[in-house]
Design a binder for this molecule. Sequence first.
Ligand code: PEP
Ligand code: MN
Length: 344
Amino acid sequence: MILVMKNGASEDSIKKTSQQIQDWGHKVTISKGEHQTVIGIIGDKQDLLGKPLQTLPEVEKVLEVSAPYKKASREFKPNDTVIEVEGIKIGGGHRSIIAGPCSVDTYDNLIKTAKAVKKAGATMLRGGAFKPRTSPYSFQGKGEEGLKMLVEAKKETGLPIVTELMSEKDIDLVYQYTDIVQIGARNMQNFALLKEIGKLGKPVILKNGIASTVKEHLMSVEYVLSGGLDDVIICLRGTRTYETAMRNTLDVNLVPYIQELTHLPVIVDPSHAAGKREFVSSLAYAGMAIGADGAIIEVHPCPSCALSDGDQALLPEDFQYLMDKLNKLEIWNQKDWNQKLNSN
Ligand code: PEP
Ligand code: MN
């Protein structure tokens, strides 16, 4: 349920109203707009319906959230969510580029990559220590040794760490080292895992499934939010379609579309979408131009030596070139455009 407060409702009324709801045992999320404040309530609907919500100080209307992904929806929280990790912000106009190898292999490669991406302007370091591979005989990741290397690279560069968590059994281990937890395409509907990480404190990047719909993706986001966590970054990593020319299809349409449906940051992963090095930068450029809040990009100093996804790894100098282009990019502002359309 949401309470829309009257235009210009006082701080005192907002406080009293939200306090009353909390006293009834429900959680609230306050979203302050330019003119109106919206109070989102998470709680048992039957219980809430029995309460005199409409009579609370300066409440204009009481509405039910129509989207099935309640907490993720813009109805519930009209303002953009800004996620902050070690001083790096993402969402609400703050853009962040996450870069690094697909999988952590040698310390030398990792540190070279981390330094190069930092110099080029990346704000976070990615690197997999637990890898979801199609074949059980392929390299599965370095495990804890890889996580330790990421921490060393963070010490050297100051870049916060993004790494993938694949299984509930590795939660304690991965949470010991990472700053942001990545949940990959293959685990998008691992509901048990999503529920667990929603109860923990670290921000989560949740990628779309191999062939998931937007609704399925957002329902998975909702699983994480329902645990209590507010910080989820939605990542579009390409979808499997009937088109087999490239690894996947990056649906850039979905960037502004999902940003309208939710308040959460939306990033693109051009590496897993393209699957081929020569198209990664163009897809990253398109994704950022249309207004993504960031991108996660694979970079490796020796793609032919990489233990996974070498074909789609940018060389550090290619990444630098891309970042130089992105710095000059004029970004489409969908909110301004919508306002213009509405004022016509
Ligand atoms: C990855 O980020 O290296 C990865 C395995 O991604 P995805 O889950 O999108 O395939
Ligand atoms: Mn990869």
